[in-house]
Design a binder for this molecule. Structure first.
Ligand code: ZN
Length: 242
């Protein structure tokens, strides 16, 4: 089985279309989306519809939750808050209901999927350090766990109890007996200093996880954001991948 796993589209339709074009010749792919379909970008409804049309797993993210008014957004920065208030206005009733129906977590024998962290997935914690990662390895039993949320792609492997390390490679080989915590990065608003969209392809038969980057039309997205009066900071950050 081969999976295309991506996260944090953030209403960036150009990035989503670029992903689908990039994998169009790989008919065997199963799609998994780890949450944050909306927030920041100019096309929330279009992105929800398109993700929904192909993704077999669709999780809720913190911006999705904020966009359906289920949480207070005092802890969001002023730019994110402005984007969420705009998103609340434009989301269709159907899409709000759809977002409200989404799960926080998916688990099968091969993988655990959450937007933020396997430890308390509804609390939207971040994994910044290896000790954060070590804690989280205690909260999933499958060999693989895929997350998003920080917009920073990273692979962390646990060789044995308390032996946790970062793997710096675009290709991660899955070894028997080891556990992997994989942040797939962000499709619609990368923050690792690279402006191209980031996603992952998991091949369970070849036992390999591949990180991929795909170019999208950043200027087109920025133009649309400007047209709906998104904060300039959010518009500019796309071109720097920050
Ligand atoms: Zn996000």
């Amino acid at each position: 089985m081969r999976y295309c796993i991506y996260s944090d589209v953030h209403a960036n339709l150009e990035a989503l279309l670029a992903l689908l074009a990039d994998v169009q010749d790989e008919a065997d792919l199963h799609f998994i989306f780890l949450g944050d379909a909306v927030g920041y970008g100019p096309n929330p409804n279009e992105c929800i519809d398109l993700i929904r049309a192909h993704a077999e797993v669709f999780l809720i993210g913190n911006h999705d939750q904020a966009a359906i008014s289920a949480v207070n957004i005092e802890n969001f920065n002023p730019y994110a808050r402005k984007a969420i208030l705009w998103t609340r206005e434009v989301l269709t009733v159907e899409n709000k209901e759809f977002l409200a129906s989404l799960p926080f977590k998916y688990v099968d024998d091969d993988m655990t999927l959450v937007h933020a962290t396997p430890y308390q997935p509804k609390e939207w914690h971040y994994i910044f350090t290896l000790s954060d990662a070590l804690l989280n390895f205690g909260f999933f039993t499958s060999p693989l766990c895929f997350i998003g949320h920080s917009h920073n792609p990273v692979s962390i492997v646990r060789r044995q109890e308390s032996d946790v390390l970062v793997v710096n490679s675009d290709e991660v080989f899955i070894e028997a007996g080891e556990k992997y915590l994989i942040n797939v990065g962000s499709l619609g608003q990368p923050r690792d200093g690279i402006s191209t969209s980031c996603y992952v392809v998991l091949d369970l038969d070849a036992r390999v996880i591949q990180f991929r980057r795909v170019w999208y039309d950043i200027k087109a997205t920025q133009k649309k954001m400007l047209a709906v009066s998104m904060p300039e900071y959010l518009i500019r950050r796309l071109q720097f991948g920050r």
